[in-house]
Design a binder for this molecule. Structure first.
Ligand code: ADP
Ligand code: MG
Length: 703
């Protein structure tokens, strides 16, 4: 059945549903309520002061506001009492909208409930019902109503919360008529028994239309298990296919000489954690398994040097290495440091390795030359941005792939770079520490290496939270530090680089800082809309000390390494995510001086205060990310790009660790004992996998 024939839908609304991916009746099964609201009698509502409720009754009186800004007041009555419902706005229309003595469902918050008086409802929505209509009667059998998230697309066609609830209800009703089973079971009977789960059909019905509140959690856990179980099954399959099927490159190097040369030219002693991780990478690379490794290490823990060692192993075995970064600034910086390192290495080892940079916006001639170098193998290490995964880029023999700040990339982009080589070893690096539950769910197919120790010469950064009014003092402090020879970043929030308003304010502030506040000093600026060579120039000036203050947006958020910069000022700090603030702060504290980070915040509510205070209390990225996840939830935490494929609707990883653990255990057991899922008891799982998770399997490259 076309959804446009569903009661309450029609052509226009059907179109809006299509836009959000609801094309068939069956697609309504994807809806999960955001919250629930109880239907009560008007007398019961009296005891629910401050709560949001639904009441059903007949409209007895409609009074238009005297002035246009006065509310239209509705009087609604059931057989227990009367409620007054003022509705603001559009009074002409409102006054005519309601028909006397007809039945309406009203949704709102109880704002007055004085004894002896009418109670009052703060209006949210309403719905007209026809009590002789079978569907409407069925709808009213439930006393707990689902409220769904309304996307903008739906709002645009005037679908309101109660209307949406009813449409979903009608869809379920129609589906059950067509097929009393509604859905196929997705997990084996034995597991349902073992974990005491309710059947899938019941869970889907109950989460949408619970008969009592306890139903909701029981249904949610059942569906959450399913969600996690299938993702873990994907992980297990991926692991298995990596282990068995395809063989990777066996890199062959004279490790002793390589280590000697490497140590000779490295200016510092590696930390124990760095040495351990290098060893883990080497062990993977010399075996013929395909390495798939996540390197996690807090900002400034020294991941780059570790990755360079891996690159050298590949180079020494005759393969190319590629390093992909999320921003041009970072690609530039890596190009600069790695080129210098390789120069020294060439001198020490008598090699002739060449490093190339590939970013967008390079001149055509230059670009052609670089592409040719990559294709012919004249370039050994290729560093770049997304430009690396364009079709025109062909490698001679890409053997080792590194993705820096990998949380900034999507699964697809990772896969694309990998596809440029022939089963290359892959190292993805991130400074966003990932709580254990998350790394198991999102990166369950990867091996994990952790650098859990900072270089010894580091002095912990001191962080302070200040108000707008303190700015003069802050600028004085910055000047003092500049006079001592230090350098400062001042960050303005352009979270989304396409935000014109933000850019304008950052640029205006830049002018004030340059011409007034710091007029005796040199001030530069970088933002994401500058061209790469303009950025390069500003960054080089800052690096070489020509500039004292660098005004910047979040383009410098990741990876930038300028040890002499020791002051980090972040304006409107409340607008940044915690992990982002931690990243930004990580730009300082890399040198021998005591570093300072000052967060300037406006309009602090309780949550912002808690977040920003966490920054002042700790430099530990892990703690910060746990707090971040608690406050924002895992979806937000990863941003849309990351969560694309593995989007959890029902799972709350803060609460559902136990479900995750059992789902993971079970999934890995199944794949271990029955990798092809041939056993009859696994048939339903396999079917589900091949239907619902086909795209994910493709993305994860599972054969
Ligand atoms: P991140 O892990 O954030 O990417 P980087 O690799 O950029 O960190 O390293 C940060 C800075 O620390 C660089 O200037 C690097 O040269 C330096 N560094 C790395 N390892 C050590 C070490 N063991 N001792 C001292 N300095 C180090
Ligand atoms: Mg880095």
């Amino acid at each position: 059945m076309d959804i446009k024939y569903l009661k309450g839908v029609g052509d226009k609304r059907a179109e809006a549903f299509n836009k959000i991916g609801i094309n068939k009746l069956k697609d309504f099964l994807q809806f999960i309520p955001r919250t629930y609201v109880s239907r009560v009698t008007i007398e019961e509502a009296r005891k629910k002061f401050g709560e949001t409720v639904l009441v059903l009754g007949k409209v007895k009186w409609v009074e238009k506001g005297v002035k246009s800004n006065h509310p239209t007041t509705i009087l609604l009555e059931d057989n227990t009492g009367t409620v007054e419902i003022p509705i603001f706005g559009a009074s002409e229309f409102r006054a005519k909208q309601f028909l006397l003595n007809e039945n309406y469902l009203f949704y709102g918050k109880v704002t007055e409930a004085f004894k002896g008086y009418n109670i009052r409802l703060d209006y949210r929505d309403h719905l007209r019902l026809n009590l002789v209509d079978e569907a409407d009667k069925d709808f009213l059998k439930f006393n707990i109503f689902p409220i769904y998230e309304l996307s903008g697309t739906l709002k645009a066609t005037w679908i309101k919360p109660l209307m949406l609830s009813k449409i979903v209800f009608n869809a379920f009703r129609a589906l059950i008529k067509l097929n009393p089973d509604l859905v196929e079971e997705s997990i084996p009977e034995s597991i349902i028994k073992e974990y005491d789960f309710i059947p899938r059909k019941k869970a889907i019905l109950r989460i949408n239309f619970p008969t009592q509140y306890e139903d909701i959690e029981i249904a949610r856990r059942r569906l959450s298990f399913e969600e996690l179980f299938y993702v873990q099954l994907l992980m297990a399959l991926k692991r298995k296919s990596l282990q068995n099927e395809i063989k990777g490159i066996k890199f062959i190097t004279d490790i002793k000489t390589l280590t000697e040369n490497f140590t000779k030219i490295t200016e510092f002693e590696l930390t124990d954690a760095q040495k351990r991780v290098i060893n883990e990478i080497y062990t993977d690379m010399k075996s013929d398994n395909i390495m798939n490794r996540l390197l996690q290490g807090d900002v400034g823990s020294g991941k780059t040097i570790v990755s360079i060692f891996g690159m050298l192993i590949a180079l020494q075995s005759g393969y190319q290495s590629a390093l992909m970064c999320p921003t041009e600034i970072l690609a530039e910086q890596h190009f600069y440091t790695i080129s210098k390192f390789i120069e020294k290495f060439n001198a020490a080892a008598g090699t002739d390795y060449k490093v190339s940079l590939l970013v967008g916006g390079q001149k055509k001639r230059l670009r052609e030359t670089i592409l040719q170098d990559i294709r012919l193998g004249n370039s050994n290490i290729i560093i770049g941005t997304h430009a690396l995964i364009q079709e025109s880029v062909e490698f001679k023999n890409l053997g080792f792939v590194i993705i820096d700040e990998q949380h900034k990339f999507g699964v697809m982009q990772r896969a694309k770079l990998k596809d440029k080589g022939l089963n290359p070893d892959v190292l993805v690096m991130t400074a966003t520490p990932i709580p254990r539950t998350l790394s198991l769910t999102y990166y369950g197919d990867l091996d994990v290496s952790i650098i859990d120790e900072l270089p010894k010469n580091r002095i912990p950064i001191k962080t302070f939270l200040r108000k707008e009014e303190d700015k003069d003092n802050i600028w004085e402090f910055v000047k003092e530090k500049i006079n001592e020879g230090q350098q400062a970043f001042i960050i303005y929030p352009i979270i989304d680089e396409s935000e014109k308003l933000d850019l304008k304010s950052a640029e205006e502030n830049y002018v004030i800082l340059k011409d007034k506040v710091f007029k005796e000093y040199k001030v530069g600026m970088v933002h994401g809309r500058m061209l790469w060579y303009e950025i390069e120039e500003a960054m080089n000036d800052f690096k070489s000390g020509k500039i004292n203050v660098l005004v910047a947006t979040t383009v410098i958020e990741v990876g930038i390494d300028i040890p002499n910069a020791s002051i980090m000022i972040i304006e409107e700090a409340q607008r940044f995510g915690l992990s982002q603030l931690h990243q930004l702060r990580g730009r300082v504290g890399r040198g021998a001086e005591q570093s300072h980070c000052i967060l300037i915040a406006k309009h602090l509510d309780e949550v912002s205060k808690k977040r920003l205070n966490t920054m002042c209390e700790t430099n530990d990225g892990f703690k910060i990310s746990e707090v971040d996840m608690e406050i924002r939830g895992p979806g937000e935490f990863f941003g849309t790009r990351q969560s694309g494929v593995l989007n959890f609707i029902l799972t709350d990883l803060n609460r559902d660790r136990d479900i995750l653990d059992s789902a993971r255990k079970l999934a890995f057991e199944i794949i271990e004992t029955d990798p092809q899922m041939r056993k009859p008891e696994h048939a339903s799982i396999k079917k589900m996998m091949l239907s619902t998770y086909k795209d994910a399997m493709y993305l994860m490259n599972i054969a």
